[in-house]
Design a protein around this ligand. Structure first.
Ligand SMILES: Nc1nc2c(c(=O)[nH]1)N[C@H]1C(S)=C(S)[C@@H](COP(=O)(O)OP(=O)(O)OC[C@H]3O[C@@H](n4cnc5c(=O)[nH]c(N)nc54)[C@H](O)[C@@H]3O)O[C@H]1N2
Ligand SMILES: Nc1nc2c(c(=O)[nH]1)N[C@H]1C(S)=C(S)[C@@H](COP(=O)(O)OP(=O)(O)OC[C@H]3O[C@@H](n4cnc5c(=O)[nH]c(N)nc54)[C@H](O)[C@@H]3O)O[C@H]1N2
Ligand code: SF4
Ligand SMILES: [Mo]
Length: 728
């Protein structure tokens, strides 16, 4: 058969670039950028193209694996699932369902069926121990939205096409391609702002690839709360706030104004490392711009005040009249009314439960992954005894990887659903092979509301599952069946459960047939904000309609503004600028004096050819050869006696790693940047050979190092010292 060219889209990161897959005899020959995609228009990055190497990787797990005394052995699906089911029933019999847990990692958010069935299983089984990559990534953003708008999942995005002034904090979109916003060709979008006479200002301790293209403000790590408070202080003190917008939209203005009044740029200069006059000028320019947007990403999420920082970012937009306004921060419309359904049924929220260890509030039903190890090792009622991980590599991605790796060995049962034997599941009892994104149908549900140009795309599977790989939802369903659980069938989810059962009865094949995610998707799309209402609304969405647009579909030219009263769920429909949690933190905000034994700070960074921990086995990305290194300012390296390119030992109060030093004036002095996700010892040969170290050996799971409001891990600004290391 001659090769077929099939349009689909990339599900590695958030622009979701359109791709064309060339498939011959059921095998993927290549991936290339789709010129007909309405937004990415022939653009894709090296990772998307190199996914062919992941798809065809000889190291991929293609059959269920069971751990034996000397390595993994291949077993049949029935054998694996029956044994897992029996062991789970035993554990539940003795300790209850609360001893079961799940950690789902970053790639799960790119699969609607995977996430839907995890939530269904969680609610149906009444599971408590749910963890995700969110507490290393974005949960602070959700909690900030909860406090401001009364709606966890309402995250505003910068209206890039219409803004005159974009203030970026702790993000490097030229390399990461944008996150918590879904924007293909982001570099072009950013440069268009300056081309039309606007400004882009990048606040980052490293002169990043993005900062180089625009204006750079070299802040000290973790200085963002102080900088933002100072910007607000200047704006209020100089009467630059948009009083009209505040009267219309906000509550608590006076309290916020009082709380920030002590943060003059002079007071915060030492902590931020920024000249007071520069901060004043920034505040004035931002306030006076016709349309300004403020955007923060992981550099603002992984410090010690993550929720406060996310809160102040939006507060700055509100105070300058840039919330829900063209060119400011705007609220996209969901494809499927998840937030509304969730709010109505009260399925998952914030602080409905508290963690057994550390008493942290749950965020969307998940607890901080940083307490997972202690939940396993601490005896007592509710101890975590059986853990599933899917699409996650937490030993590499959560703080104190070594502690977690040791804790996992104490589990009664550990099952992982993955593409690889990774650095976490290498000690699992079972590894169950998942399909890749080319082997499943999909639609990027959570990202539609995050696209400044709203669009969507539905794709059928491009390839049949390799080997015995199965989709995650099928695996979850099979496990749920074996312990007598029906997804969504208990607690506040019961109405949904009833719907699922009704659907099941309506499916030809009778009550034995289980509803599929695809069936629910079609129903949710058709009844959703863009839906066709089963023919009542012409041109509305349904799966059938989306199939008619295989290259994707633009839903509107821009996000409509003037929607705030619909978004805000507080009774008075006003944005709350002074919730007590935030005012309390602002009032007590202090820094502890630096410990002279650890005078430097480590922060993270992303690399164009890495994707978190899991693409280091893709040969096209590893040519060079590539290695992980620590970026250090030449002055800091010289002071420590470390010549460029030589091994450097980085030591924190929690651990030590050794990496080659890469001296660069891009770093602000005192700060070291190290990418995470290296130092492999799984079943991926090339990744193992690439060397490097797990930077999360330096980070902490001590309860006082976990951010209180959202349970965020502290992964940026970790105190360290450096010294020359012998070759090891
Ligand atoms: N120090 C430090 N640590 C960090 C960060 C940082 O900046 N600094 N960043 C944090 C952030 S933002 C994130 S999102 C986390 C990521 O942390 P995790 O989500 O825990 O880990 P990943 O590295 O994304 O690993 C994903 C795993 O999923 C597998 N996989 C890939 N595709 C699929 C699929 O379709 N199905 C299944 N079942 N498996 C799949 C891969 O093989 C891999 O094992 O790391 C966090 N950790
Ligand atoms: N190529 C590539 N793309 C990716 C990923 C990848 O691994 N590789 N990962 C994806 C994932 S999971 C995510 S969440 C996104 C993340 O997207 P981004 O957040 O844009 O990614 P980073 O490059 O980590 O950018 C964070 C920036 O914050 C800076 N920073 C660190 N500490 C501080 C601080 O205290 N204050 C301030 N102001 N800045 C600070 C760092 O120097 C860094 O430049 O990227 C996604 N895209
Ligand atoms: S930027 Fe690269 S990895 Fe991200 S969606 Fe596009 S092609 Fe895929
Ligand atoms: Mo992430």
């Amino acid at each position: 058969m001659s090769p077929r060219e099939i349009p689909t889209y990339c599900r590695i990161c958030e622009p979701l670039c359109g791709l064309i897959a060339t498939v011959e005899d059921g095998r993927l020959l290549q991936l290339r950028a789709d010129k007909e995609h309405p937004l990415s228009r022939g653009n894709a990055c090296p990772k998307g193209i190199a996914f062919t190497a992941v798809q065809n990787d000889p190291d991929r797990v293609l059959h269920p694996l069971r751990r034996t005394a000397d390595g993994f052995e291949q077993v049949s699906w029935d054998e694996a699932l029956d044994d897992i089911g029996a062991r789970l029933r035993g554990i539940i019999g003795e300790h209850g369902r609360r001893s079961l847990g799940w950690y789902f990692g970053n790639p799960s958010s790119f699969s609607y069926s995977h996430t839907l069935w995890i939530v269904g299983f969680q609610l149906g089984a009444g599971l408590r121990h749910i963890y995700s990559a969110g507490s290393q990534d974005i949960n602070n953003r959700f909690v900030a939205s909860h406090l401001l708008y009364g709606s966890l999942t309402s995250v505003p995005v910068p209206d890039l096409d219409r803004t005159d002034f974009l203030l970026v904090l702790g993000a490097n979109p030229v390399v990461s391609h944008g996150s918590a916003m879904s924007v293909p060709r982001i570099r072009e979008k950013l440069t268009a702002i300056t081309k039309r006479g606007g400004r882009v200002v990048v606040v980052d301790p490293r002169r990043t690839e993005t900062a180089r293209l625009f204006e750079h403000v070299g802040i000290r790590p973790d200085g963002d709360a102080w900088l933002l408070a100072s910007l607000l202080q200047v704006i209020f003190a100089e009467g630059l706030e948009d009083a009209q917008a505040l009267r219309r939209q906000a509550a608590g203005v006076r309290e916020l104004r009082t709380a920030v009044s002590r943060f003059t740029p002079e007071l915060t200069a030492e902590i931020t490392g920024l000249e007071p006059e520069r901060v004043r000028a920034l505040a004035r320019d931002l306030a006076r711009a016709d349309a300004a947007a403020v955007y923060g990403r992981t550099g603002t999420c992984l410090g010690r005040h993550a929720t406060l920082v996310a809160f102040l970012i939006d507060a700055l937009a509100v105070v300058t009249g840039n919330l829900d306004a063209p060119g400011g921060l705007v609220f996209g419309k969901e494809l499927v009314a998840v937030s509304e359904l969730n709010a109505r049924l009260g399925l998952i929220g914030y602080g409905k439960n508290r963690s057994r260890i550390g008493d942290f509030p749950d965020v969307l039903g998940t607890f901080p992954a940083a307490v997972m190890a202690k939940e396993i090792t601490t005896p007592g009622d509710g101890r975590l005894r059986a853990l599933f991980t899917s699409a996650g590599n937490p030993v590499s991605s959560v703080p104190n990887g070594r502690e977690l790796a040791a804790a996992l060995k104490q589990l009664d049962l550990f099952v992982s659903i993955d593409l690889y034997v990774n650095d976490t599941n290498r000690t699992a009892d079972y590894i169950l092979p998942a399909t890749t994104w080319l082997e499943r149908d999909d639609i990027p549900l959570p990202f539609a509301a995050l696209a400044p140009t709203p669009y969507t795309q539905y794709t059928e599977r491009v390839l049949e599952p390799a080997g015995e790989a199965r989709e995650e939802w099928q695996i979850i369903d099979a496990i749920a069946t074996r312990i007598g659980v029906q997804p969504f069938a208990a607690g506040p989810a019961r109405p949904l459960g009833r719907l699922v059962s009704a659907l099941r009865r309506s499916i030809p094949g009778g009550s034995a047939a289980r509803p599929t995610p695809k069936l629910l998707l079609d129903l949710a799309l058709r009844t959703g904000p863009y839906g066709d209402r089963f023919g009542l609304r012409r041109g509305g969405l349904s799966l059938a309609e989306l199939r008619r647009h295989p290259h994707g579909l633009i839903l509107s030219d821009s996000i409509p503004t003037g929607v705030l009263r619909k978004v805000v769920q507080h009774k008075d429909r006003r944005v709350r600028l002074a919730p007590p949690e935030i005012i309390a933190e602002l009032t007590t905000l202090t820094t502890s004096p630096p410990d002279p034994s650890y005078p430097l700070r480590v922060i993270g960074m992303r690399e164009l050819k890495s994707h978190n921990s899991w693409m280091h086995n893709a040969e096209p990305l590893m040519r060079g050869p590539r290695r992980q290194s620590a970026r250090i300012h030449p002055k800091d390296a010289a002071a420590a006696g470390i010549p460029d390119g030589t091994p450097c030992r980085i030591t924190s109060p929690h651990g030590s790693i050794t990496l080659p030093a890469l001296c660069t004036e891009d770093m602000t002095p005192g700060t070291i940047a190290v990418p995470h996700g290296w130092g492999h010892n799984g079943g991926w040969q090339l990744a193992n050979a690439a060397g490097g170290a797990n930077v999360n050996d330096l980070t902490s799971t001590n309860l006082e190092d976990i951010e209180r409001l959202a349970g965020m891990s502290n992964l940026n600004g970790v105190p360290v010292r450096i010294e020359p290391a012998g070759i090891d």
